[in-house]
Structures are given as structure tokens and as C-alpha cells.
Design a protein around this ligand. Sequence first.
Ligand SMILES: *[C@@H]1O[C@H](CO)[C@@H](O)[C@H](O)[C@H]1NC(C)=O
Ligand SMILES: *[C@@H]1O[C@H](CO)[C@@H](O)[C@H](O)[C@H]1NC(C)=O
Ligand SMILES: *[C@@H]1O[C@H](CO)[C@@H](O)[C@H](O)[C@H]1NC(C)=O
Ligand SMILES: *[C@@H]1O[C@H](CO)[C@@H](O)[C@H](O)[C@H]1NC(C)=O
Ligand SMILES: *[C@@H]1O[C@H](CO)[C@@H](O)[C@H](O)[C@H]1NC(C)=O
Ligand SMILES: *[C@@H]1O[C@H](CO)[C@@H](O)[C@H](O)[C@H]1NC(C)=O
Length: 417
Amino acid sequence: MLPFYVINSCPYPRFLHISPMCFTQVMFLMEFLTITKFYLCFLVILSIATTILNPVSATKPCNFPAIFNLGDSNSDTGGLAASLLAPTPPYGETYFHRPSGRFSDGRLIIDFIAQSFGLSYLSAYLDSLGTNFSHGANFATSASTIRPPPSIIPQGGYSPFYLDVQYTQFKDFKPRTQFIRHQGGIFASLMPKEEYFPKALYTFDIGQNDLGAGFFGNMTTQQVNASVPDIVNSFSANVKNIYNLGARSFWIHNTGPIGCLPYILANFLSVERDEYGCAKPYNEVAKYFNQKLKQAVVQLRKDLPQSAITYVDIYSVKYSLFSNPKKYGFEQPLVACCGYGGEYNYSSIVGCGGTIEINGSNVFVGSCDRPSIRVNWDGVHYTETANKFIFDKISTGAFSDPPLPLNMACHRNSTKI
Ligand SMILES: *[C@@H]1O[C@H](CO)[C@@H](O)[C@H](O)[C@H]1NC(C)=O
Ligand SMILES: *[C@@H]1O[C@H](CO)[C@@H](O)[C@H](O)[C@H]1NC(C)=O
Ligand SMILES: *[C@@H]1O[C@H](CO)[C@@H](O)[C@H](O)[C@H]1NC(C)=O
Ligand SMILES: *[C@@H]1O[C@H](CO)[C@@H](O)[C@H](O)[C@H]1NC(C)=O
Ligand SMILES: *[C@@H]1O[C@H](CO)[C@@H](O)[C@H](O)[C@H]1NC(C)=O
Ligand SMILES: *[C@@H]1O[C@H](CO)[C@@H](O)[C@H](O)[C@H]1NC(C)=O
């Protein structure tokens, strides 16, 4: 927006240092258009001020040629499915009409991000079949943590591909893809161009499982809360490492209101609820994580002078789905669409796509009638409609610091370019 002091100062000399062009135009107006001078001056100053004084709004969109994503199931487009555990029907029923490796009925926020740049959906780095990395790669796997996980699938609950491992994979990805490109042959065109690496957008959505691992590992919320600075330090270290490999534009999602998700609600039935039915202490820890993450981003901007880092307040957007579902066309936000049992339609014994024996007969855990008006898909993950809603909100910049739209995320928040 145009700063008001600029308009108010017209046509006083204090303003004239801005540019010789402005001076000339102002003088021109003063001499020849005396009657309407103030009005016209206002218009000229307005247009000049918009283009010169407010370069952020005048800067060109970034044209990201590629996206490299790191994270957990909130942005996994097939990593865990290719390596350890693939979702089964009805996962994927809404958009892909088959389980697509995503833990949702359809697309994820990262899919809408890629689509908004005209890029194809990201291939998972771990997927050996039919992958196309020409415009990016996805290192996220579901059930990933920032810190080393307490237990690994299938014995335990977490992905072995925690953030340090995802970074290591990215580090190798760069030289190996360039080797393949230069070698030529059928795989060459499936590799990103070298110049895409510094120009790409590096996106992150991770941290929820570090909190979850604490909550389900018999730690008190205070103990999990106390581990947050350590978790966030590990996160920062990885951002620095990726910067040191040439990354410049970062788009970092904070963590969502974990206390509004059925897998927390159904497991901690006696925990204090807020006015919308979310588990309050769990959300408090998520908020503290976000506070520390935001502080870490401020520090990273100082440590990484050529970086453009956008901190995205996913928490607030997701929380609005629980505080105001009707306003946005949603129903029963605290209840899983695809699940089994209890107030939250969620059971840790059987999940979405599983079968359970009830009174001697096998019952398939399938989808609810209208996933398109639901927030929660399977007790942990959001529906495609919710993901699209979140994308629409965050892509404007209204939930970002700096408050630049997604396609401006290569620019720093300054009035100098
Ligand atoms: C790989 O993806 C790009 C677009 O992202 C597309 O133009 C290209 O044709 C794809 N390559 C193959 C072999 O499918
Ligand atoms: C948590 O504590 C309960 C009861 O002491 C125990 O049965 C369970 O195995 C513990 N879970 C973990 C992850 O340590
Ligand atoms: C988490 O720790 C911070 C800093 O010690 C404290 O201000 C906050 O109240 C704690 N939150 C919870 C839920 O324990
Ligand atoms: C199992 O059958 C009993 C007796 O017919 C019935 O009361 C109960 O509701 C059934 N349980 C479920 C989960 O359908
Ligand atoms: C709960 O999940 C079942 C599938 O097991 C589904 O049919 C039902 O519609 C879901 N309930 C709600 C309220 O969404
Ligand atoms: C960006 O600019 C706005 C408005 O001047 C300011 O409130 C915000 O703190 C800045 N953010 C960063 C990351 O510099």
C-alpha cells in the first residue's frame, strides 16, 4: 500500500529528493497546470510513488522454475508409499481416483502450490517408478520428524527419513542429477537444470510429528514443550545447510493446531478443551513451537544474508476451519470422514482403508458421504477441500511474514531491491 506521508507531502520540496523525474514532473505541473495542479500532482506522485517508493508491489513475480520440498505427510506426494507404507482406498478417491501416495482423499497444499506456478505435481524422491524431477523433487515422507525419530515403521510409528536424512538426500540429488543430465540418454530430460537450484522455491512443512512423538511417548505437555527449542534448532540447522548448497527462496509453514485433530482428541479424552472442542494444552505447545520457529526465521534471515525466507502461519488458517467451519462451508471439523468409532470417528486400532470385525462380520473403514464439506479426512490429515481452502488463504500473503504473495516469495521484505 502507498504510504500516506507521500501523498500528504505533495508538492512540498521535502518530497523532491526522491527522483529528478519526479521533480521535473512536479515543476511541469506547477507551471502549466495551475488550476488542477494539486489533483494532477496527486496522480503523478501516486503513480511514481507506487513504482519507485514501493518496490515490493512493483517487483515482478518470481517465476520459480522448480520446487524442492521437505516435510511430513502434510506434503508427502508419495515418499512413504514408495518406501514403506502405501495408503490404500479410499485414499485418493476424490481427485486421483486411486491412492496416489498422499495421505488425503485428494491433493495437498504442495500440489496447489506447484499448480499455481504451472508446474506439474512433485515426484517423490524415493519413488523409483515414473518419476520426473525436471521441475523439482519432494523429499517429504509421511511420519517424518525433524529430530531422529523414537521408533521406525513398521515396528514403530515414524519414518526413518527425518529432516537430516531428507537434507542428505537433497545434497546428493544435486550432483547426481547433473551427472545424469550431462551424460545424456533417456533420463537426462527428467532431471532439473542446474540453474533451477538457486532459482527454485524451497518449501518446508514439518514439526507436527515431533510434537506427536512426545505426546504419544508418555511425555507431559510441559516436557514436550520444553523440547521445542531443541527441535527448532535442528530445523534451523537444515535450512542453513540447504542455503549453503545454493538455495535462496524459502517458504516455511508453521505447524497446525494439532489439538484439533481426532488422533489427539480421541486419545486424550479427558484433556481440557477450548471453546471449539480442540484440546487446549496440545495447541498451546503447537503455538510455542510456532513462536520459536518464527524467532528462528528472524535469526536465519540475519545469518543467511542472501535468503528470502517467508514464514507462513498455517496454524491460524487451519484453526479458522475449527472456529468458523460453517462460514467456510464445512461441517463436523473435529470428526474424521474416514475412520471408525466414538465421538471423533477415530480409532487407533483401525484406520481409514482398514477392516474391522464387528459382531462377527468384517466392516470396511471407508469414506463419509461428503468429503467435500469435511475438514478432517482420516483423523490426522486434512481433506482436499480443506487443503485447497488453506492454499487459497496462504497464497495471497495475508498469513505470511513478510506479507508477500506466494509468487513474490523470492523477494526480501525491503523497500530497496
Ligand atoms: C516431465 O515433466 C515436464 C513438466 O513438468 C514435462 O514437460 C515433460 O514432458 C515430462 N517428461 C516426461 C518424459 O514425461
Ligand atoms: C506409556 O505408558 C504406558 C503405561 O505406563 C505404557 O503401557 C506404554 O507402553 C507407554 N508408551 C510409550 C510409548 O512409552
Ligand atoms: C512452553 O514454554 C514456554 C517457555 O518456557 C512457556 O512460556 C509456555 O507457557 C510453555 N507452554 C506450555 C503449554 O507448557
Ligand atoms: C453388536 O450386536 C449387538 C447385539 O445385536 C448390538 O447391541 C451392538 O450394537 C452391535 N455392535 C455394533 C458395533 O454394531
Ligand atoms: C465415520 O467413518 C465411516 C467409515 O468407517 C463413515 O462411513 C462415516 O460416514 C464416518 N462418520 C462421519 C460422521 O463422518
Ligand atoms: C516486513 O515489513 C512489515 C511492514 O513494514 C513488518 O511489519 C515486518 O516485520 C517485516 N518483516 C520482515 C521479515 O522483515
